[in-house]
Design a protein around this ligand. Structure first.
Ligand SMILES: Cc1cc2nc3c(=O)[nH]c(=O)nc-3n(C[C@H](O)[C@H](O)[C@H](O)COP(=O)(O)O)c2cc1C
Length: 175
């Protein structure tokens, strides 16, 4: 199973749309994570333990053959929603990210397509020692204008790069 994690919660998120196209290109079963988690709070953790939604997410990461993380760029960094999820997962037992094939990408409004957000996300992921994919960078600039009403990616160049990235990730995950 391929797991997709979008750092944007909104229904029409271009990061979510990008993930869905990526999953189609990757092939096989796809699960989309739900990052509607409580904000990390040590009191909540000590009083109620790990929230069920976090346990579900950590189990999905552990079970996935590969994970795609797609983050919007917020003020030159990754979204708080994404960082909150990473912090929560780090509080669960086990090491679900260790050695996991992971591809990082971004869809953003700016001309750089979220380049700074993907660097920030890479740094945020480093403590968990995943296996970062060696595929080409997928940075979708001016993302709100790159999809048609059915959610298809209309930018041929981006589609080609995404295809190469998914081919690399699949090869790395399946050997
Ligand atoms: C708080 C905030 C900060 C933002 N900062 C940036 C930024 O630094 N660079 C950028 O390219 N876009 C920035 N944007 C625009 C987002 O890239 C844009 O809203 C993007 O479409 C969000 O992804 P989504 O479509 O998946 O929700 C910002 C948006 C918000 C809400």
């Amino acid at each position: 199973m391929l797991l997709g994690i979008s750092g944007s919660l909104r229904k029409e998120a271009t990061n979510r749309k990008l993930l869905r196209i990526a999953a189609r290109l990757y092939g096989g079963p796809f699960t989309e994570a739900d990052l509607r988690l409580p904000l990390y709070d040590g009191d909540l953790e000590s009083e109620s333990g790990i929230p069920p939604a976090v346990e579900t997410l950590a189990a999905q990461v552990a079970q996935a053959e590969a994970v795609i993380l797609a983050t919007p760029e917020y003020n030159q960094s990754l979204s708080g929603v994404m960082k909150n999820a990473l912090d929560w997962i780090s509080r669960t037992p086990g090491t679900p990210w260790l050695g996991k094939p992971v591809a990082i990408m971004s869809a953003a409004a700016g001309r750089a397509g979220g380049a700074r957000a993907t660097y920030a996300l890479r740094l945020a992921m480093a403590p968990f020692r995943p296996r970062f994919s060696s595929g080409p960078e997928v940075l979708l600039a001016a993302s709100s204008g790159q999809f048609d009403p059915t959610g298809d990616l209309t930018n041929e160049r981006a589609l080609k790069t995404l295809g190469e990235a998914m081919e690399t990730l699949r090869r790395e995950a399946r050997g």
